[in-house]
Write a protein that binds this ligand. Structure first.
Ligand SMILES: NC(=O)c1ccc[n+]([C@@H]2O[C@H](COP(=O)([O-])OP(=O)(O)OC[C@H]3O[C@@H](n4cnc5c(N)ncnc54)[C@H](OP(=O)(O)O)[C@@H]3O)[C@@H](O)[C@H]2O)c1
Length: 255
């Protein structure tokens, strides 16, 4: 894995941040994006370069403007000589999800469209740009983060859940067509993961208690649980694994 390059969206916090550290530990160079937290991005890049002896660069990106991925990858071309892995991780929150993160009767087209754009359209354009670069190095691995909110009812989650279902289907189509270039495409779907984002849910305590009760493992997920799977999916250990959604939910969806 040493000297390969990971491109990942939204690595200033939560799961994305955990993923870049997981890859950096193995000597992978990192190109990651931020949206509002430039200072955090700068600190993370400096920390990665100092402690892991790799190259790490950060770039602004707004996934509500998926075509911005085209310029982003042009900048990455100037800083890195190859792209091997792409992880579509960033997710929107706050004002842009108003009308999308709500009970069914309060859903609004604009909020739902924003979530679809950020989840599915951003994945499509980012993966297309990544695939063009991967083709030049003989293949690669593309991953979309997903969540079990598309298979298990989660209050207010219809917008995200339906877009995650859509991106999982998009992953299968991409996998079917990019395999001939040696590119594998998968989704990593998590149950509720204890991140700052989840702590902002109005019913966080309730979700936590329910997950601890339902999981045979008796705890909530942590960002590391998903980061490890993302790393595994980029290794040669799973060179025949493509078009799948890997569910990491502590066993909660069966119980
Ligand atoms: N947390 C969970 O329980 C859970 C469970 C399963 C799956 N997931 C999935 O895992 C992924 C990461 O989730 P998370 O909980 O780690 O998220 P998070 O903590 O809210 O972090 C979101 C990241 O996305 C960036 N971002 C926010 N708005 C953006 C925009 N408009 N354009 C580009 N980037 C933007 C943020 O950058 P700034 O900090 O710079 O603003 C940040 O780096 C998501 O796809 C999510 O659906 C999460």
């Amino acid at each position: 894995m040493k000297d390969k390059t990971l491109v990942i969206s939204g690595a200033t916090r939560g799961i994305g941040k955990e993923i870049v550290y997981r890859f950096a530990k193995e000597g992978v160079n990192i190109a990651f994006t931020y949206n509002s937290n430039e200072e955090l991005a700068k600190e993370i890049a400096a920390d990665l370069e100092t402690n892991y002896n790799i190259k790490a660069k950060y770039y602004p990106l707004n996934i509500l403007e998926p075509d911005d991925y085209k310029n982003l990858f042009k900048q990455i071309d100037e800083d890195f000589d190859r792209v091997d892995f792409f992880i579509s991780n960033a997710i929107i929150s706050g004002r842009s999800v108003v009308g999308g993160f709500a009970p069914f009767m309060r859903l609004k087209p604009k909020g739902l469209n924003n979530i679809y754009t950020a989840t599915v359209l951003a994945f499509v354009v980012g993966a297309q740009e990544a695939a063009k670069r991967m083709q030049k190095v003989g293949g690669g691995s593309i991953i979309s983060l997903s969540s079990t909110g598309n298979i298990v009812y989660t209050p207010n989650y219809a917008g995200h859940g339906s877009s995650k279902a859509a991106v999982e289907t998009m992953v299968k189509y991409a996998a079917a067509e990019l395999g001939e270039m040696g590119i594998r495409v998968n989704a990593v779907s998590g149950g509720p993961i204890d991140t700052d984002a989840l702590k902002k849910f109005p019913n966080y305590e309730e979700v936590k208690a329910e997950v601890e009760k339902r999981s045979p493992l008796g705890r909530m997920g942590v960002a590391k649980d998903l980061a490890g799977m993302c790393y595994f999916l980029c290794t040669d250990e799973c060179s025949w694994l493509t078009g799948q959604t890997i569910i990491i939910d502590g066993g909660t969806s069966f119980k």
